[in-house]
Design a binder for this molecule. Sequence first.
Ligand SMILES: *Cc1c(COP(=O)(O)O)cnc(C)c1O
Length: 355
Amino acid sequence: MKKHNFYAGPSILSQYTIKNTAEAVLDFAGTGLSILEISHRSKEFQAVIDEASALVKELLEIPEGYHVLFLGGGASMQFCMVPFNLLAKKAAYLDTGTWSSKAIKEAKLFGEVDVVASSKDKNYTYIPKGYTVPDDVDYFHITTNNTIYGTEMRFDPDVKARLVADMSSDIFSRPIDVSKYDIIYAGAQKNLAPAGVTIAIVREAALGKVARAIPTMLNYQTHIDKGSMFNTPPCLPIYSALQTLRYYKDLGGIKELERRDIEKAARLYEAIDESKIFVGTTEKDARSIMNVCFVMRPEYAELEKDFITFATERGIVGIKGHRSVGGFRASIYNAMPIESVEVLITAMKDFEYKI
Ligand SMILES: *Cc1c(COP(=O)(O)O)cnc(C)c1O
């Protein structure tokens, strides 16, 4: 039975991406070799990384002066790479969840960290407002989508400081004003490709301002100078990323993806708000269009397991909430068809009717 995949990451990929990746595993670009075994220095693979980089630039309308890098180590490696390369004295961070906290922890190894606001007091159910970011910081770090808690900043904050953002779970879901950012990074396994590659969009002029020595592999400049080929890059995930990027372009680009994402999320939140047994966990103005978190109302709480079983019987997988929130989390990334969202909504309604 075809499953409706609501996993948070690794997560659903387009069938286009999966089929083309499967074909390239057998025969890559008519070379008679698998994408798994061809040299990353071959002209065929060079064409893959060049086109992928060009498509990221085109889709996100990245201005001159930025480089698109394909790195290993996951988004978690960026938590230390960012301060290693950019934190000379002081950086500001917004604490909106588990991933932000991890980024803050790493930054503290490199300099002064000003946590300008946190939503920890209410288990990260909102995005702080009304905070001030000092003008003299090296950068202001935000996590645009909080994958675990289901909150999202769907805007580029208006502050004097340069921005750095972890966009692992919502990149390619809205237009971004890249010119406000020094670094945008995103692990691939939410909206792009299988796990193993992380994209970093780096403004070259932001580099070279810290006095410390930076290990070669952790220095963005190394990867800029070598076109993400200083060492062997994760070839297969990069190939898959290219397929997804082509698919995004064919669909109509970021604006069309955003339109679809908003529609899917609106349908699901509407069903939650109309329900007598389910309730959303976040403040409404902070709701994520990528990860929709909800629980059973307290009087029905003992039915959570039953609903998971009920949904599983309909081919719905991956809706169990993260242990720090409980309940349910439906991750409805770009590749998620609205039909699967409708299947979940129908399951919620049928379950409510049944009890
Ligand atoms: C998944 C995720 C991460 C961690 O990514 P890894 O690639 O596993 O290191 C970091 N930040 C956000 C927002 C995420 O969703």
